[in-house]
Design a protein around this ligand. Sequence first.
Ligand SMILES: [Fe+2]
Ligand SMILES: [Fe+2]
Length: 292
Amino acid sequence: MSEELLQQVQQLRQQLEVVEHRLAESFLQMVELLGVLLTAVEWFYEGSHARFVSRKAAEIAQRMGCSETEIVEIQLAGLLHDIGKVGCPETLLQKFPAEMNAEERRLYERHPEIGWYILSRHSGLQGVAELVLQHHERLDGSGFPNHLRGRQIRLGAAIIAVVDTFHNALYKRRRDRRFLHDVAPEPATVYQQRYLAALRHLEEKAGTLYDPLVVRTFVELMEEERQQLGMRLQRSVPVNQLRPGMVLAESYYTSYGLLIIAQGEPVTPGIVPTLVRFAELGEIPRKLRVWV
Ligand SMILES: [Fe+2]
Ligand SMILES: [Fe+2]
């Protein structure tokens, strides 16, 4: 190859790298944008449901020896798993499935397919869309929409199912319309009881509803995390009653996805008025989860 030709090839390669980098960046920005859109359906959670599911699902996948590509796919599917709920009426979003009437249940059960439909429009999200479609399938065929069984369910979807169930049991709350001064802190023992009950439910249903290996990995992960935090108790405290010495147990974001305060940050006297303002604007919950 002539010197000139070599130079041209080299130049083209560099240009291609720039294009690839921009494409990857634009892809991630698009996913982040969808994640922000999702905060619209997260009103009824203390803390971000999508981000919790995404983070924990990826950690389980890593422990179970999934490949780098699979982990990224699971992380994205965890973030976007409930995107099909966008457009669902508020009255439906705040209910647990057991509280829904037949018509509401029919609507609710469409969200995995709607999510799949939205995400499968993008050629780079085919695998993610499939995991989203399957995240309510259960091992014994009792899930929806396609009543898949056992190994018909992809591992990523089985992982998301476990984390999703856990987070719903622990953090889904009715929308609290009361003013801050009427909101009482929740006793630390209530959180602990709910935490243990959620893990017990997963362990009891491992092998019938949930993948036993996924449940085992998740329980190990959660217990290790609890021990690392020195067995400190977690409580739900109204923002105006936050005191120095407490540490945030969740990260909180504005409705447009900006981080306000991160998990692990200590409460300082200066941050409290800001948090109260965000809570009054409805940007963050009126009660935040803290380690005390
Ligand atoms: Fe869901
Ligand atoms: Fe969910």
